[in-house]
Ligand binder design. Structure first.
Ligand SMILES: Nc1nc2c(ncn2[C@@H]2O[C@H](COP(=O)(O)OP(=O)(O)OP(=O)(O)O)[C@@H](O)[C@H]2O)c(=O)[nH]1
Ligand SMILES: [Mg+2]
Length: 198
């Protein structure tokens, strides 16, 4: 069976743990020291989603202000998005809306239904500033799936990626079918024109 490439992006405020979540998922490692991401990097992993071979390509971007304008260059061809905040930092939760809006504004109309999931990271820390109820309410209002994760203690990371991969695969297939239908329609229109002109 043909392997399908899925492009996912992980977004969120500075230091919320985007790179750590990704490293936990791809390499099963965790670093205590903070190595701020400069620009962007891509990690990939071959997985099976409901029996379909998939290559999950995850784009990880640094949240520093100087990289923000660059991030939107990576939105093209996305199949899914992971929005991340830090459960121990209320400000990073408030920033979710602007990250989500930046994607919605830049995407084409056809991408309006792009699948998003939301991760509240650092669930291992006792001293949290965002309650589960508050985060769930925000996600429910927008019909987004929510996971509390910890890159450090490897809580729910695998589960979250399995979910986003499965949503992204559905979306990718729908997009493929609708592109196919459009191109068939286009061919039929062309045919029609030829007959008409002949
Ligand atoms: N306690 C705890 N610390 C974490 C967790 N995930 C990440 N960290 C720490 O948070 C800091 C920032 O993590 P990064 O993964 O570099 O954050 P980032 O979102 O990639 O940051 P930028 O690339 O600068 O946007 C590091 O010191 C990590 O060790 C977690 O689940 N629990
Ligand atoms: Mg990073």
């Amino acid at each position: 069976m043909r392997q399908i490439d899925l492009k996912i992006i992980i977004l969120g405020a500075l230091g919320v743990g985007k790179t750590s979540i990704l490293h936990r998922y791809i390499h099963n490692i965790f670093y205590e020291d903070y190595r701020c991401t400069l620009g962007a990097n891509i990690q990939q992993k071959g997985i099976s989603v409901n029996g379909q071979a998939v290559r999950l390509q995850v784009w990880d971007t640094g949240a520093q202000e100087r990289f923000r304008s660059m991030v939107s260059l990576f939105y093209r061809g996305l199949d899914g998005c992971i929005l991340t905040f830090d459960l121990t930092d209320q400000d990073t939760f408030r920033e979710l809306d602007s990250w989500r809006q930046s994607i919605l504004e830049q995407s084409q109309a056809a991408d309006a239904d792009l699948p998003f999931i939301v991760l509240g990271n650092k669930a291992d820390v006792k001293d949290r500033q965002v309650s589960r109820a508050e985060a769930e309410a925000w996600c429910n209002e927008r019909n987004l799936t929510y996971f509390e994760v910890s890159a450090k203690e490897s809580i729910n990371v695998e589960k979250a990626f399995t979910a986003v991969a499965s949503y992204a695969l559905c979306w990718h297939k729908e997009k493929f079918v609708s592109n196919l239908t459009d191109s068939i329609k286009l061919k039929e229109d062309n045919k029609g024109q030829k007959t008409c002109c002949a």
